[in-house]
Design a protein around this ligand. Structure first.
Ligand SMILES: Cc1ncc(COP(=O)(O)O)c(C=O)c1O
Length: 192
């Protein structure tokens, strides 16, 4: 039977949905029913201002008509194709990004989200430099997948990350100050 009421939807969310970065038992996820522009509404009709369209990666306002139209058009024309093929949208977007990127950047690798992007960035850097060590900042967030969570700096309010820290032989958390000192030391050594 379809879940309809606010209470049914909230309790099913607690029972069946795994919520990321959270102690599951303490959750009480609000049911959100619609969003438009800088607002979204919960099931009680309460309106919330949302200046960043949730997680800032889509900071164009909720329900942007141009984006909806582009998604509809693409879903009708070609909703899915394996990554080995070329498509007009993939080629055009990559070219647009390269046109505004620094001149030493030549290719775009599209991913499905931030954690995947960071994991691929680490792989590509290791391949390119032949080096193993990765630095990331103490107070940082890099995503919830296995590798990205290990990159994520230790944070008191994210206890889940501590459970699977085991890439320590190649990963060091550090501060910008420490990195600047390392760079200055290296410069000094080269000048001797
Ligand atoms: C700085 C930063 N890096 C990585 C991520 C992970 O992105 P995603 O949730 O798309 O995997 C986030 C997400 O909030 C982020 O803010």
């Amino acid at each position: 039977m379809e879940l309809r009421t606010k209470d049914e939807i909230q309790s099913a969310s607690k029972k069946y949905n795994m919520h990321s970065w959270s102690i599951q038992g303490g959750l009480s996820p609000k049911q959100i029913v619609k969003a438009e522009g800088i607002n979204f509404w919960d099931a009680d009709g309460k309106r919330y201002y949302d200046m960043s369209s949730q997680l800032v990666n889509m900071n164009i306002g909720h329900g942007n008509k141009k984006v909806i139209k582009a998604i509809q058009d693409q879903a009708e024309k070609l909703p899915y194709i394996a990554p080995g093929f070329a498509t007009d949208v993939k080629s055009n977007l990559a070219k647009m990004l390269i046109d505004i990127a620094p001149s030493n950047m030549g290719k775009v690798f599209f991913t499905l989200g931030g954690a995947e992007a960071n994991e691929n960035a680490v792989k590509i850097s290791k391949m390119f430099t032949g080096r193993n060590k990765v630095f990331s900042r103490y107070r940082s967030y890099h995503g919830a997948t296995y590798g990205a969570a290990n990159l994520t700096g230790e944070q008191e309010d994210m206890p889940v990350s501590r459970e699977y820290r085991d890439l320590s032989n190649s990963l060091t958390h550090t501060s910008i100050r420490h990195l600047l000192i390392l760079r200055a030391r290296k410069k000094l050594l080269h000048s001797l």
